[in-house]
Design a protein around this ligand. Sequence first.
Ligand code: GLN
Length: 465
Amino acid sequence: KKCLDRIKKTRHLNAYITVTEELALRQAQQAEARLLKGVPKGPLDGIPFAVKDNFCTENVRTTCASRMLIDYTPPYNATVVQKLLDQGAVLVGKTNMDEFAMGSGSVDGLFGPVRNPWSYAAPYRERTGASPDSDWVISGGSSGGSAAAVASLTSYLALGSDTGGSTRNPGALCGVVALKPTYGLVSRHGLIPLVNSMDVPGIVTRTVSDAAMVLGILQGRDLRDSTTVPTPSPFTELPEDFDVRNIRVGIPKEYHAPGLTAETRAHWSRVADWFERAGARVEQVSLPHTQHSIVCYHVLCCAEVASNMARFDGLEYGHRSRTDSSTDAMYASSRHEGFNDVVRRRILCGNYFLLKKNYQHYFVKAQKVRRLIADDFRRVFAAGVDVLLTPTTLGDAARYHDFTQEDNRARSAQEDVFTQSANMAGLPAVCVPTALSRRGLPIGLQLIGPAFRDRELLGVARCME
Ligand code: GLN
């Protein structure tokens, strides 16, 4: 009830697309009865959670923040949602996002932008003299609603999706823990795809230990997602005796990227120094293909988008236009009316990259470079480095009015510079909030680890809290 109440009080954040009040109260009552009898379903029994609106939820509208799916009510739950419900967790709502998870700001969805809760907090207001009504800052994205939900205490955990950084980016800007697990560790069944070869369900929580517990529940083989693998080590809790002195921390020199603010760079070195003082071995490493990563990501992303979005033709799925002069005209206008221009642009680019005459030059080339990017990471980890410490975003959250200026739109792609190579390589990565900027906004740093070493990664992350 407190969470539902808070959702009402924080409506101005626009973090939720749908609030499942009745369902939540019913589930909470059942949980309460179990807890009173002393027979909880699991460690999450009765705990409120929120889910990004691109995960299917049975009998609860799932829109992807798009006119295309405005009336879509799935008949089933995504595996990750079902696993949380099976533990007794209580669904409070579906969170706001960029349309079809394309974006880094949560400013491009049908339901309007998500406001970062820190816009209304004392540090930002006092240090900048900002007025929250005109100077509010973005939540980051595309899972901005999930990060804002956890940061504003309307839910204890939230599911996001992470294809190029969409869970970690808003995690950093909203000051919450955001985990992108290893590709294949957590089922994508029921997550409406953006880029199938990179999508991973993301976990947003207040603490690293909570993220570990949720990962323990969500991970594991799912027959409905053929890319999942059996769980390497079942766990719900992190080891108590973790010793920083035993680890090697790599600082990738290529991550001193253009656009990185002096403040975030200074904070990054402070945390690296802290690791060193605590006894870890901190060393500079090189990931030479990083510079090609954003371009490759966009070729591969658009190519998969062009293919994925073909299903939304107004017949089998989605919005159907009234134009019915021919089947082709109906397809075309359904798609034109249903998708925003970010989605349409990616479909057009993807189809261009996949044309017979372009396929080798763009798509195949990008796949080859993707392998080189993954090999860079493999080499560094094989040489004994345990984790990489990097920034998550270029700086703290931008004002909405600045972020949405036409000439800043390209910045949106730049925002993924530190995050999307972990998706290209399928590696686990976690963002931990570690400081407040001079403007009174959160700064989060990222740790990237070897595939399927999510538990060890979270062990290191916990030292940074
Ligand atoms: N910003 C990236 C994009 O727009 C990442 C999106 C994501 O991770 N879902 O493609």
